[in-house]
Write a protein that binds this ligand. Structure first.
Ligand code: NAD
Length: 264
């Protein structure tokens, strides 16, 4: 594939699985040097490091096990990435968690954790990475928000609040650095086919007494007019576009990739 990211470095949070791993893999194939981050079983992390490392031409990609709910750990992760890669030209804030409950039953610790990981970590990472980008005169910040950064769904108060906040932070950072070669954008995916998302299907099918196919189209993808999953690779290619040639005029955007959800 065309090495549009040759010479670039990227820190991708939450990249031991799902969307983050897909972005890390594609960016490495496009020529970038990557630092991975995220949790998982040791063998899963080793596999991710080996796969992304192979695309980088090394045995294993650099990795930080930072817990992004902790501001100091976020700062240390950015510093470690700058030390390991020489710079952080591209920051992808992707790590996220979910919990679903009505607002009056929502566990307070879960609410705080979702805000910390899905939103506040983005602020700490951007604050830590931006000075280096300014110094070098080029940067790309991509925040993986969600369709839930633009619309709400019941039971997801913390997630929807966090993702709306990510979109607000994205716009603010973008206009603060608008006269530099640094852009900041949010990607707002609908339902993306990841192991965690797919794992919801058997329970939904049981709950409604329908097949998994019907549970997918009529229940999980109720608001996604395309009635199909968004694929991880599709999100990764949108992120790649935002870092590649010709992308400098796109900043402060909340880009939907949701099969028509937000249009509906
Ligand atoms: P995933 O569970 O496969 O990946 C989440 C990643 O975040 C993992 O690597 C995990 O280890 C990491 N992580 C979780 N808590 C962490 C912490 N405290 N510190 C460091 N890393 C942590 O999920 P995914 O579906 O790939 O989601 C990635 C992002 O995309 C999330 O922000 C999610 O909200 C967003 N998103 C997902 C979908 C979807 O349908 N899958 C849709 C819209 C937005």
């Amino acid at each position: 594939m065309e090495k549009t990211l040759a010479g670039r470095t990227a820190l991708v949070t939450g990249s031991t699985s799902g969307i983050g791993l897909g972005i890390a893999q594609l960016f490495a194939e496009a020529g970038a040097k990557i630092m991975l981050n995220g949790f998982g079983k040791p063998e899963e992390i080793a596999k991710a490091r080996a796969e992304v490392g192979a695309a980088m031409g090394v045995a294993e990609a650099p990795y930080s096990g930072a817990d992004l709910s902790k501001p100091e750990a976020v700062r240390e992760m950015v510093a470690a990435a700058e030390a390991a890669l020489g710079s952080v030209d591209i920051l992808v804030n992707n790590a996220g968690i979910q919990f679903v409950a009505p607002v009056d039953e929502f566990p307070e610790a879960k609410f705080d954790a979702i805000i910390a990981i899905n939103f506040t970590s983005n602020f700490h990472a951007i604050k830590a990475a931006l000075p280096g980008m300014k110094q070098r005169g080029w940067g790309r910040i991509i925040n993986i928000a969600s369709a839930h950064g633009l619309v709400a769904s019941p039971g997801k108060s913390a997630y929807v609040a966090a993702k709306h906040a990510v979109v607000g932070l994205t716009k603010t950072v973008a206009i603060e650095v608008a006269q530099t070669q640094i852009t900041c954008n949010a990607i707002c995916p609908g339902f993306v086919r990841t192991p965690l998302a797919e794992a919801q299907l058997p329970a939904l099918a049981k709950q409604y007494g329908v097949s998994e196919e019907v549970a997918l189209k009529d229940h999980l993808l109720e608001h996604q007019p395309s009635k199909r999953w968004i694929e991880v690779e599709e999100v990764a290619h949108m992120a790649l576009y935002l870092c590649g040639p010709g992308s400098g005029g796109v900043t402060g955007a909340a880009l939907s990739i949701d099969g028509g959800w937000y249009a509906n």
